[in-house]
Design a protein around this ligand. Structure first.
Ligand code: RBV
Length: 390
């Protein structure tokens, strides 16, 4: 039933899953419990999360709990085809293709929804959005769901405000055990891993501009400083801007930072953070990337339309030569660099995040925790497991 690029890749994917499994003790414990208690027995779960090894293991733990799993990715570039093949090989329905076109990406989301899920596990909000547009007739079968990330929560909040959210969603990102660690230390490490793998350049001595000083921006800035960069933060929220100053960073507007930066990282969750007016001010050779959930922060569309030439500079890096004669480099099409040019957050971090995710899904799984209504829910306290959250 799966739709993946190449089933023959499964052994390489299996090695990746085996490695992370050995570093995810919370999920190991849940897997053991679930194989006896089967809390998701009889329930269909549709999952849209970055399709790499830790996510594959998450799917296997939910399946060990009795869930019928239907899994897809949540970004065309974060899907790893060998991992998708290994997950399929383990008997789970997977619909995910690396470098999917927008049509293929939506098709995969449709495949996991058309089975009529009871629980939705979403990262970024695409699955819920499609459920509410193309699959409304299946809404009565949905008990509820969970949302992994800040951007998805912002989308849910808008639906909740207009009373258009027809089932409860647990906001996993709001758990302290999620955003304190995943957003800050996870993003802090994985973004630099992605940038370093993509560029193979020294960070020490470079001027790095980090746009956004939320939990993710804090982590990216802290690790840039640790690698020896001169760090400039741009931040529109005045309180967070003061926090960045107190943490020892230079804070200024993107207009002021644009001519100074060697490397730019956007991590705001907002649209159009770096646009034409900033490109015009940048140094020849500046490198740009994004770590926010969607590829809307760096205006890559403008570069695509306006560059006089665009050529690959290295795997995962494209060089845009502008009419002014300067060249700007964009990593991974402006898609989230830690997953599109790396393997995502470290296993121990995702162990914590996915344990919270599983505890949240459990809230929808049985009569012991009935929640109803048109509402999104702050993360609940887990019952009797190690993943303490707020
Ligand atoms: N994230 N997942 C990974 N599976 O390797 N890495 C990061 C992984 C999640 C993280 O929890 C964040 O909230 C979300 O991706 C952004 O899409």
């Amino acid at each position: 039933m799966s739709e993946i690029r190449n089933k023959d890749l499964w052994q390489s994917g299996q090695l990746k899953i085996d490695w992370v499994r050995a570093h995810m003790p919370l999920l190991n414990g849940l897997e053991q419990d679930f194989s006896k208690t089967k809390p998701f027995s009889g329930l269909k779960i549709a999952l849209s999360v970055h399709m790499e090894a830790k996510t594959a293991y998450l799917c296997q733990v939910l399946a060990a709990g009795g869930a019928q799993m239907y899994a897809t990715g949540c970004n065309p570039l974060s899907t790893q085809d060998d991992v998708a093949a290994a997950l399929d090989h383990s008997g789970i329905n997977v619909f995910a293709l690396h470098a999917a076109t927008p049509q293929e990406y939506e098709h995969c989301l449709e495949k996991v929804l058309e089975i009529g899920p009871n629980i939705i596990i979403d990262d970024g909000g695409d699955l819920v959005n499609l459920m509410l547009t193309k699959f409304r007739k299946l809404i009565p079968g949905v008990i509820g769901g969970c949302e992994e990330t800040t951007t998805g929560i912002m989308r849910l909040q808008r639906l909740n405000d207009t009373k258009d959210l027809p089932f409860p969603m647990v906001l996993v990102n709001d758990a302290k055990c999620k955003h304190f660690f995943d957003n800050r230390y996870g993003t802090g490490q994985s973004v630099w891993n992605g940038i370093n793998r993509a560029t193979n350049l020294i960070v020490a001595g470079k001027t790095v501009v980090v746009a956004g000083y939320g939990w993710c921006g804090k982590g990216v800035s802290m690790r840039a400083k640790g690698l020896g960069a001169k760090v400039i933060v741009t931040e529109v929220d005045p309180v967070k801007a003061i926090e960045a100053v107190m943490d020892g960073f230079q804070v200024m507007t993107m207009e002021q930072a644009a001519p100074l930066g060697d490397l730019f990282v956007t991590v705001t969750g907002c649209d159009d953070v770096i646009t034409e007016k900033h490109f015009a001010l940048m140094k020849d050779g500046a490198i740009l990337c994004n770590a926010g959930h969607f590829d809307c922060e760096v205006d890559v569309a403008w570069l695509e339309a306006s560059a006089v030439s665009k050529v690959p500079a290295r795997e995962n890096i494209k060089a845009y030569k502008l009419a002014s004669g300067k060249t700007l480099y964009v990593i991974a099409e402006g898609r989230l660099v830690n997953l599109a040019a790396g393997d995502g957050h470290p296993a121990e971090i995702m162990d914590l995040s996915f344990a919270v995710q599983i505890m949240s899904a459990l809230c929808h799984s049985g009569p012991q925790c009935q929640i109803s209504g048109r509402q999104s829910y702050r993360n609940p306290r887990p019952r009797g497991h190690a993943a303490e959250c707020s």
